[in-house]
Design a protein around this ligand. Structure first.
Ligand SMILES: [Fe+2]
Ligand SMILES: [Fe+2]
Length: 328
């Protein structure tokens, strides 16, 4: 498809524009929105491009583990729901690439950074989907964690990002419900189906908790993002909120959360959870997870296979423009 034109925004900012800075500080202090044409510090712009493009890549790469099961869904209804869900994720990626483009970074550049392994995406999508119950566990846990992360982003200080998140969050809620419902149905099924559901939860639970990023004391970008009203809660706060939400839902499902240290802490009023394997997280993030190579190779191949569509769209656009010119 033809690429949309990149907004004419400078990618390097003169950081000593006193009026611009005063206005920016004022907007942030008032918890107001920064829009593409507003002056913004170069570091704010850079931080947003990193976060939004990383988020866009996660949506697009995140289509792969589930698309893997579209052709093997157990019924027509399940197939239709899963297809709709995977298409939603493509839409989320497109909203987010568009939001990042308003900051002056061309989409081609973001794509190249992804396939070259220079840009990151959520580590969760480098785990394999081994069975149908994984579709349930992904919807319930992965989309569930995404909602916890993303609802506060609807109030992010950068306007185009915040507005994209509002639409995305509505769809993520549907994704989580469909995942929960898949697991619920399996948990009401045969012993083999219940075992399949539990096995999927066992494999996706810890990686979904790691989706909130490293513990607060190791999170390098968090402090600044919070000062700029991009991020509203710390990684650990969001993770805690997620665990507190999961425990009653796991009980309703009849699945066991695979953490022997999980216990209710009367003093804090929260569910305390066990240590996560941060070494594994860093390995997967560093490109050494079970499916990293496969995910990027697939993305690259999909882009190359789609070259004829982009060429055809560009030729059609040229033809239309020529016709309009002749008619004028
Ligand atoms: Fe999404
Ligand atoms: Fe989703």
């Amino acid at each position: 498809m033809a690429q949309s034109p990149t907004a004419q925004v400078p990618t390097t900012e003169i950081d000593d524009d006193p009026d611009g800075r005063a206005r920016f500080d004022e907007l942030i202090a008032a918890d107001s929105r920064i829009e593409p044409r507003d002056w913004m510090p170069a570091a704010y712009r850079k931080n947003l491009v990193r976060q939004i493009s990383q988020h866009a890549h996660s949506e697009i790469i995140g289509m792969q583990p589930e698309a893997n099961w579209i052709s093997r869904a157990p019924s027509l209804k399940r197939k239709a729901i899963l297809m709709a869900k995977v298409q939603d994720e493509a839409g989320h990626g497109l909203y987010l690439y568009s939001a990042a483009q308003t900051l002056g970074t061309p989409r081609d550049e973001m794509f190249q950074a992804l396939v070259d392994g220079r840009a990151r995406y959520s580590s969760i999508f480098n785990y394999p989907t081994l069975g149908w119950a994984d579709m349930g566990a992904i919807g319930w846990l992965v989309d569930g964690a995404a909602i916890c992360n993303q609802v506060p982003l609807c109030r992010a200080s950068y306007g185009p990002y915040a507005r994209a998140m509002v639409r995305i969050c509505k769809e993520e809620s549907f994704h989580q419900r469909q995942g929960f419902e898949i697991l619920l149905e399996l948990m009401h099924g045969t012993p083999a189906q219940r075992a399949m559901a539990q096995d999927a939860v066992d494999r996706w639970y810890a990686p979904s908790l790691m989706m909130f990023g490293p513990p607060d004391e190791e999170s390098v970008n968090s402090q600044q993002s919070m000062a700029w009203n991009i991020k509203r809660f710390s990684n650990d706060d969001l993770r805690q909120r997620f665990v507190d939400m999961l425990v009653p839902q796991a009980e309703a499902l009849g699945v066991t959360l695979p953490d022997p240290d999980l216990r209710f802490d009367e003093a804090t009023g929260h569910w305390a959870y066990g240590e996560l394997d941060w070494h594994e997280f860093q390995e997967v993030l560093g490109g050494r997870g079970p499916c990293n190579t496969q995910r990027l190779a697939h993305r690259r191949a999909a882009f190359e296979d789609g070259a004829w569509v982009r060429e055809a769209a560009a030729a059609y656009a040229r033809k239309q423009a020529d016709a309009a010119e002749q008619a004028a």
